[in-house]
Design a protein around this ligand. Structure first.
Ligand code: DO4
Ligand code: MG
Length: 278
């Protein structure tokens, strides 16, 4: 089952049919350890609706309300390698090696809900950055008690020039207006995702594909539940949270994003998040 946040209210999709849910607040609705069974029983009494489908196509919002969006770093080997390369002149390389192998994961605050954009909106690159990439990341939807109740697609926009200059500049490389996109929906499920689930990234410029790659989530070094356990250790999330799980796709040093680029991130079973660079 998929759940959409729209200007007309919450919409669910099941087996290709769309259902307008009774009026509910997004924050309360998703912050429920029994989200999958609640949605399942609600759908039994609702008629499918073409209007609800239209809301998901024309009036979609990001699947986030008051939740904070956090991110995990260096969870894939490719991210470790790319970052060691970009920070070799600043001597930062050893820190990426250490964090990749450490028990404690790297976790950082990425955006508040109102700073994130949804499917179809524009993401930004910083004006004081010279080297920028999207980071396509499976994103966990977690309740206040720490239960993973769903998954969405995330883009952790990143300045490689700023992070590469000095890893202590990470918050500036990662957190700025238009730095995060999530959507188009939440895949609501109690089941873990299949390990061969693929994350694909495509970047188009003037209608030509200028970068394309994909990776299986089996390549991640850490367990999702461990990431959540560390995140919730000493920090409470009354509205729940979203947690990006890190990138496994890093374009080589010759690639940087430009204004007008179209970024498409597809995760099997969830959907495709499309954004253009402002
Ligand atoms: O260590 C810096 C950030 C890493 C990151 O965002 C990622 O691996 O996805
Ligand atoms: Mg990232």
């Amino acid at each position: 089952m998929k759940l959409y946040n729209t200007l007309d209210g919450l919409v669910a999709e099941n087996e290709g049919k769309f259902f307008a849910l009774p009026e509910a607040s997004w924050d309360e609705f998703i912050n429920d350890d029994k989200l999958a069974s609640k949605l399942n029983s609600l759908l039994k009494s609702l008629p499918p609706s073409d209007e609800a489908k239209r809301s998901t196509e024309e009036r979609l919002k990001a699947p986030v309300g008051q939740q904070e969006i956090w991110a995990s770093g260096v969870t894939y080997y490719n991210s470790k390698l790319g970052r060691q390369e970009e920070s070799k002149d600043s001597g930062g390389g050893t820190f990426y090696e250490m964090v990749y192998n450490a028990k404690r994961p790297e976790l950082f605050m990425k955006a508040t809900g109102h700073r994130a954009v949804g499917h179809g909106a524009q993401v930004r690159i910083r004006k004081d950055s010279t080297w920028d990439v999207p980071e396509p990341e499976l994103t966990l939807v977690i309740t206040k008690s720490g239960k993973i109740v769903g998954y969405t697609v995330g883009n952790d926009m990143s300045s490689r020039s700023i992070e590469g200059e000095n890893p202590l500049y990470l918050p500036q490389a990662k957190v700025y207006d238009g730095c995060a996109a999530v959507g188009p929906c939440i895949l609501v499920t109690d089941e873990p995702l299949a390990t061969d689930t693929t994350i694909s990234l495509k970047i188009e410029r003037e209608e030509k594909v200028v970068f394309e790659n994909s990776i299986e989530i089996s390549q991640i070094k850490r367990k999702f539940t461990d990431l959540v356990e560390y995140l919730y250790r000493e920090y409470s999330f009354p509205h729940g949270s979203l947690l990006m799980t890190g990138t496994g796709i890093v374009p080589d040093h010759t690639f940087t994003l430009r204004s007008g680029d179209k970024i498409s991130i597809e995760i099997q079973g969830i959907g495709t998040l499309e954004n253009t660079v402002a």
